[in-house]
Design a protein around this ligand. Structure first.
Ligand SMILES: Cc1cc2nc3c(=O)[nH]c(=O)nc-3n(C[C@H](O)[C@H](O)[C@H](O)COP(=O)(O)OP(=O)(O)OC[C@H]3O[C@@H](n4cnc5c(N)ncnc54)[C@H](O)[C@@H]3O)c2cc1C
Length: 395
């Protein structure tokens, strides 16, 4: 057995390179090159300014990352879910907001149209969303209904050959920049089904507003959507969606990318903490020479190994169509927990510098607070796992 080079690369410790296809390695490397050249140099400024750089949209599209795992016939790259997960990881190595843009465009808005839309809707929207000419968002959460979307107050009612929508959605990624919103509402009367609509920006009565004063996901747009007697044709309704199961299926799909992506933030925190502890001297030696510091780095690295192997395993299952809902809950819960724990630990290891945004880790830390909450909170996934294990619903 050969002695590994010191310091050991995290990828060598994970030991997954051989298990990736050439395409998966290529997607990862290409994404990383773009991130290093185009996103990383601006991220501190963007985070402090509270903005998402519009020029990123077309560039991400050129990399084939918008709708990446969706079929080529709709202009998408049709890569494996593992390749897409690795791209999410590399984007989030820079910032969770950057990955959130791609996740929402790909795994929520485009996925909803692909999975529940008509063939006409797919052909109308997906190619333009893949090229970044159309940005999408996904409106499920409401001011009074987050973890329990079944209680949603948004309503839709039949009106002649179309529909009228009313209601407010809250905490919607990309809301302010979206050209189309997938808007979920409960049907008034009848059996009260939850239906999905593709609402275009500029439709009378439809508006989006910024949610100001966020301290997390500052390099990502988060806003509200408001429908006030919005009239849309029947052609705007997603015909395959009837019931809460439809938006929940989209969320389940998106959680996979979140759980893969957060590893990137965790890896960046680990690398920054490792470099800092090797450079910074206290008590006459590098911090890295102290056992308590090594124990923290060892815990962080071990968490990243476990999280990466779990994500790869989940990706392979997803590519075979075998990834179950409860497995996604385990993946999302564990990896978001791990990444947040790593970011907090890294923040501590950097001492006072750890609270300065230029040092990177505190930005990841506050972003990861959002990943802990969105796409099903930590508690919601715990309850989903508990329900699957016991047969008892404790929600
Ligand atoms: C940055 C960001 C971006 C987002 N983007 C989107 C988006 O694009 N589209 C979208 O639709 N939504 C989006 N969300 C909303 C997100 O999905 C919700 O915030 C999430 O579902 C939680 O809902 P809530 O915030 O209303 O919290 P609540 O549901 O009010 O929960 C508050 C607390 O109570 C706990 N809790 C709730 N129910 C139970 C229970 N039964 N037992 C024990 N504890 C419970 C929760 O775990 C949590 O800790 C985004 C959120 C953030 C922060």
């Amino acid at each position: 057995m050969s002695t590994p080079a010191l310091p050991l690369e995290l990828d060598a410790l994970i030991g997954w390179s051989d298990q990736l296809t050439e395409e998966e390695r290529e997607v990862r490397a290409t994404t990383r090159r773009w991130v290093d050249g185009h996103a990383q140099p601006h991220i501190v400024d963007d985070f402090e300014a509270g903005t998402f750089r519009r020029s990123h949209v077309k560039e991400l599209a050129q990399l084939g990352l918008l709708g990446a795992p969706l079929p080529a016939e709709y202009g998408c790259a049709a890569v494996s879910n593992v390749a897409y997960g690795l791209a999410c990881l590399e984007l989030e190595r820079c910032d969770s907001g950057l990955r959130s843009f791609v996740s929402v465009q790909t795994s929520l808005a485009m996925y909803a149209i692909w999975r529940f839309g008509s063939e006409e809707q797919r052909r109308r929207w997906l190619p333009k969303m893949a090229t970044g000419d159309v940005v999408g968002c996904f409106g499920l959460t409401e001011p009074d209904h987050g973890s329990n979307p079944a209680g949603m107050a948004a309503r839709c009612r039949r009106d002649g050959d179309g529909w009228v929508l009313g209601g407010t959605k809250m905490w919607i990624t990309n809301a302010q920049i979206a050209d189309v919103a997938v808007f979920w509402a409960r049907e008034s009367g009848g059996d009260g089904r939850i239906l999905g609509f593709v609402v275009e920006r500029g439709t009378a009565g439809f508006s989006a507003a910024d949610i100001p004063h966020k301290l997390s996901m500052r390099a990502s747009h988060t806003g509200s959507l408001h429908c006030d007697e919005v009239r849309v044709p029947e052609a705007a309704r997603l015909p395959g969606a009837a019931g809460l199961v439809a938006p929940l299926a989209c969320l389940e799909n998106a959680r996979y990318g979140v759980a893969f992506g957060v590893l990137g933030a965790g890896m960046d925190c680990f690398e920054r903490a490792r470099t800092y502890s090797r450079d910074r001297r206290q008590f006459g030696v590098p911090l890295a020479a102290k056992q308590l510091v090594q124990a923290k780095l060892a815990d962080m690295a071990a968490d990243l190994v476990e999280g990466s192997l779990l994500a790869l395993h989940a990706g392979r299952l997803k590519d075979k169509g075998q990834l179950s809902s409860v497995q996604v809950s385990v993946l999302k819960r564990q990896n978001c927990r791990k990444a947040l724990r790593i970011a907090r630990e890294a923040r501590g290891l950097l001492g006072a510098n750890g609270i300065v945004v230029d040092y990177g880790v505190v930005r990841h830390m506050v972003n990861l607070e959002s990943t802990y909450t969105y796409e099903g909170t930590d508690e919601v996934h715990t309850l989903a796992i508990g329900r699957a294990l016991t047969g008892e619903n404790a929600f």
